[in-house]
Structure formats: C-alpha cells, structure tokens
Design a protein around this ligand. Structure first.
Ligand code: ZN
Length: 502
C-alpha cells in the first residue's frame, strides 16, 4: 500500500521520464531538419518511432491510471498545484488509452503514405493523387474521435487535442463575428487609393546582414542566445528541449526582407514563451505551455503587435539603414513601416498579412467541420474550397496547389489544428491591449528599444503559469474578458485605418 503522496511522487517521476523521452525526440527532430545528411533518414525514422513507442508504453501502462485514481480520491487534490497536474495528466492519459494502439499505428502508417501522396499531388497539381489517402485519414480520424468521445459535435474531440477544453460552437461563434468585421475591412482596404511602396522590401538584402539584424532584434526582445540558437531550415519552427535549451529556425530570402525577419520574430515569440516557463516545474504540466492557441498568441504578439508596430520601427529603422546601407537610402521610416504592413488578398495562407490571415483559417475550419461531419465528400473539397475562397477574398483560385493542396496539415491528419492559428491572433490582441493598459508607457519603451516591461508582463501573467489555466480561463483571468473578436478588430481598424486612410 502506498500513501497518496507516494502515488503523486511516482506520477511526477513517470511524468518527468515521459517529458525526457519527448525532449530527446525533439533533439532528433530538430537535428533532422537542420544538419542530418540525407542518407540518415531511415535510421532517424527508426529512432523516432522507437521513442514514440517507448513514450506510448510508459504512458498507457495501467500503473499510471492506478496512481492517478489514487491521488484523485485523496485530499492532496486540495493543493492547487497537485490539482492542475492531475487534471492535465488525466486529460492526456484518457486520450491516450481510449484510442486502440492498432488505430494509432494505422493512422501513423497511413499518414506516411499520405504525406508522399500530398507532395506528389501538389507537384503535379492533381488533387486525385491525394484524394484516396485523405479519404482514409478522414475515416481514421472519425473513428479516433468516436473513441475519444464528445458531448455535442464530433469535431470537439479533434479541437480538444490542440486547444484543450475549447468547443466547436465557441470557435464558430468567434469566427462568425470576426468574419463579419473582416470582410468589409478587406473590401475598404482594396478600394483605398493609398498604396504602400512594397518594392522596398523586395530589394537585395544580403543574407549575412539579415542574420545579424534578425538576431540582434530577437535578442533585444529578450530571446536568450545562451539558452537557445537560431538555425536555417526549409520549414521554420521553434522547439523546446527543456529549460536552458530552446531552438528557433528560419529560412533566408535574399530578395524579400519580411520572410526571415518576421519569421525570426515569430519563432522568437514561441521561444520566449518556452524560455520563460517555470523551470522548477519541468517534467510536469505546470512547467508546460497551455495550448497551441496560446502558443501562437505569443508568436503573433511579438511578430505583429510588436514587430510590425510603428514604435518598433522607430527604434529599429535607423539600425536597418546602418546594416543595409544604400538599400534603404531613399526610404523613409513611414514608407518602410507601411511596406511591411501591406494588405493584399493572396492565395497562400503562410504569406497572408494580418488582416486577411484569419479568413484563410475560417475557410479551413468550415471545410474541416463539413468533412468530419460527413456533409462534404472528399472529392468535392476542391470545388467547395474555391467557391468559399472567392466569397471571402473576391479572387478566383487558379489551381489546387494554391488552393486546397497548399497546407501539410491534412496529410498528417491534423484536423482541428488550423483554428489555433486564428485563436492565437484573437488572444494576442486581447493580451496586448491589456498589457498596454497595465503598462501605460509600453510603446514609448518599445520605441526606445526597451522590451523588458512587456516581457515581464507576459512572464508574470502567462509564461510563469504553465498549464495552470486552460486557454479560455487564462484569457479571462488576464484580460477580464472572455475570448472575443473585438480587441483584434479594434486593433486592425486603428492600425490599417490610419495606414490606408480609411
Ligand atoms: Zn507559430
């Protein structure tokens, strides 16, 4: 017989072990994208599959469930720290044991084939190459959702994986309101006679200088290069190994300033969150980030609300002129600020500006719900996509590589993932508005290159909390308001109304 305290200590030990397995896999994953030679692919796949299997076996052992039940029935639950860890362990454990191992393995196997098919379909611009694989993944995903269970909508079970506790109904309501505000704003911007000089960001920006500038900017925000590094990859990401080691990545484009610079700020935002999680809780949920939506709120906050802000460029534009002499000689700060904030309806989500970005997400959210609910046939996805796109953006999708084949997510059965991008934008607007209220000279400090007040505010209210609150609860506690489209719309109207003289 053990005491509840012993059971809790054993859970913590197991949780630490699980976290270390994930962390080792993260090192391998980062290395695969950065330095691994091509012939290492098969070995790396075996190494990662071994670690995933190990993680799954450790986690789903009945012992984990027994220990959880013992602590749950005890008075230890009165300790709020214990209660948070147990709540999150239970959530993850239930999701892991409810889905049969055969279904997990079949999905993994199908996703490997589906990914190659997606790459080929995109290259050939032929949806039919991907279609049977996608149909199979959708079927497997539906079965997974049924095993996990849901109250109202089958899509809830999928959303819950990326944004725990959030529901389809909530997200649908938020998106409906947001869309009602965005569509006329996009329209008004399109009709504005005022246009930015976008060519100034498409000049020759030497990559070695871009690196110096981007690293200096991210260090100024507070990204700690003694506890992290920046490397070059094809598809940028941020990865946390654990306290003291957070990796960020980017890709460099010598003829387009925005790509790497704002990419680095974006990944630095993810990195700042990870670097400022409470290290003493590493290995338990209290030492982890809340959700993908909250994570994205941090990348977006630093990339857009700070990095694409006027205050930021007051400080950094004179430095940009020093680092890129001649390139920016004939450009004013205002012109540069406008150019990095140009709004242009475009087909590709990852290239979208702050105003149109969320429309790309809403379209995916609608289509995913319809396919998971069985209301839309897989064969009809391209048609549905193109029709909806024209309705949202007023432009016709030229082909499926610029339409429904552009994103990787469906090829790994990542249904439910996309919403977190738009939720992140909404949360970011709410957090930033609140930070400005709490720190009245926030933007004056930013204009002086001093980002410490903002970083401290975010650390105190968000980073240091780990998973103490679910996303909706965290937003409410920090901002005094439930997740809402209003702060984002107010921000967009103020910023772009001024730029485009609406
Ligand atoms: Zn991100």
């Amino acid at each position: 017989m053990s005491t509840p305290q012993q059971a809790f200590d054993e859970l913590k030990k197991l949780s630490k072990e699980l976290t270390l397995v994930r962390s080792i896999d993260a090192v391998l994953g980062w290395e695969r994208e950065t330095y691994m030679p091509p012939k290492g692919e098969a070995l790396r796949a075996d190494q990662s599959a071994y670690l995933s299997g190990l993680h799954h076996r450790l986690f789903t052992q009945p012992r984990f469930g027994d220990l959880l039940a013992e602590v749950e029935a005890s008075e230890l639950m009165n300790d709020p720290d214990v209660a948070v860890n147990v709540r999150e362990w239970r959530h993850a454990y239930d999701r892991a044991v409810k889905v049969p191992t055969e279904l997990v393995e079949e999905t993994t196997h199908t996703a490997v084939m589906a990914h190659s098919a997606w790459v080929e379909a995109r290259k050939k611009i032929d949806f039919s190459v991907f279609q049977p694989h996608l149909a199979k993944l959708i079927d497997l995903t539906r079965r997974k959702a049924e095993y996990i269970g849901y109250e109202e909508n089958i899509y809830d079970a999928l959303l819950d994986e990326y944004e725990p506790g959030e529901t389809t109904a909530n997200v649908a309501r938020l998106f409906r309101n947001l869309r009602a505000g965005l569509v006329p704003l996009v329209q008004a911007i399109a009709e504005s006679p005022v246009r930015p000089r976008t060519e100034v960001v498409h000049r020759e920006y030497a990559v070695d200088r871009q690196r110096v500038f981007a690293e200096a900017a991210s260090a100024a925000l507070g990204f700690d290069y003694l506890g992290g590094r920046l490397d070059t990859v094809t598809h940028p990401f941020a990865s946390r190994f654990g306290p003291g080691d957070v990796r960020i990545t980017t890709r460099w484009n010598p003829r387009f300033f925005n790509e790497a610079f704002f990419g680095v700020l974006h990944e630095s935002g993810h990195g700042l969150y990870e670097q400022n999680l409470p290290a003493e809780h590493f290995g338990t949920p209290l030492g982890e980030s809340v959700s993908l939506g909250i994570h994205e709120s941090q990348s977006r906050l630093w990339e857009n609300f700070v990095g694409r802000g006027r205050a930021f460029w007051r400080h950094f534009f004179p430095r940009a002129r020093q680092i890129f002499p001649r390139v920016l000689d004939d450009v004013t700060m205002d012109e540069f600020y406008f150019a990095v904030n140009a709004v242009e309806p475009s087909f590709i989500r990852v290239e979208a500006d702050e105003v149109t970005y969320n429309l790309h997400i809403m379209l995916r959210f609608e289509i995913e719900q319809a396919i998971i609910a069985g209301e839309l046939d897989v064969a009809d996805i391209p048609g549905a996509w193109n029709e909806m796109f024209e309705g949202f953006f007023g432009i016709k999708v030229p082909d499926d590589s610029q339409g429904c084949l552009q994103d990787v997510h469906w090829s790994f059965a990542g249904f439910g993932y996309f919403s977190t991008y738009a939720l992140g934008n909404l949360y970011a607007a709410q957090f930033y508005a609140r930070a400005k209220e709490d720190v009245p000279d926030l933007e004056e400090r930013i204009a002086l290159g001093d980002f410490a007040p903002l970083l401290h505010w975010l650390s105190e209210h968000i980073y240091s909390q780990g998973m103490r609150y679910r996303s909706r609860q965290l937003v409410e506690r920090v901002t005094g308001q439930a997740p809402s489209h209003e702060p984002l719309m107010a921000y967009l109207h103020a910023k772009f109304g001024e730029l485009y003289q609406l």
